[in-house]
Design a protein around this ligand. Sequence first.
Ligand code: URA
Length: 248
Amino acid sequence: MSATEKSQQPEPSQQPQSPEARREVLKEVLAQAKGCLRCSELAAARKNVVFGAGNANADLMFVGEAPGASEDEQGLPFVGQAGKLLEKLLVEIGLTRAEVFIANVLKCRPPGNRDPLPVEIENCREYLYRQVELIQPKVICSLGNFSTKLLRGDPTGITRLHGQAQPLTLGARTVRLYPIFHPAAALYTPRMLETLREDFSRLPELLAMEELEQAEVLEVPEVELLEEAPTVAGADGGGREVDQLGLF
Ligand code: URA
């Protein structure tokens, strides 16, 4: 970066800190994601980019795996059976979907609902990290193996980790990471549902805890992080335009 370019960058104190300012930057990241072509197979097959939805200033953020067919169709995360269960479990602890933010590791549906490939996870990682930096949740609930492994940067599986909160530092934010089973895994297995419900029941307590100590520099990093992503101006992946902006 040249000296002139550098002088045009906002000073840390000018970085967006208010919920409104962070939401505006989140919209810019959404616009970038909508035109993303980093994963050519996913970009060619998708009907919609499923960026995430909910409260852009939520204390609680959920991170699932990847959109399925219904999510791809509607451009919204967790709208199928697993989403209905997630909503039900939220209501049981006194929360609604509108109060939390729900995102996925991948923003595009893998064809045939196959597992996300490592290169796709890597390509999409920055979008998730930007979401965390801008939403500034207190607790991130990773749903299942993919999001738990990505966020922890470690291959330990969800069976060993579920229900145990741990501090997680992403960029300038330190949050509580709380891995739980993916709701899809509990759809047809009553014992798994019991475990999921039990883990869910600890969420209010985690949300009520003091925020973890933050590093000294709390400013939101610049938007340019994603500038290298090849994008198509105005494209939404070939599907109908979905107004995700209205959702957060
Ligand atoms: N499963 C996920 O991991 N994410 C969705 O959005 C839907 C189902």
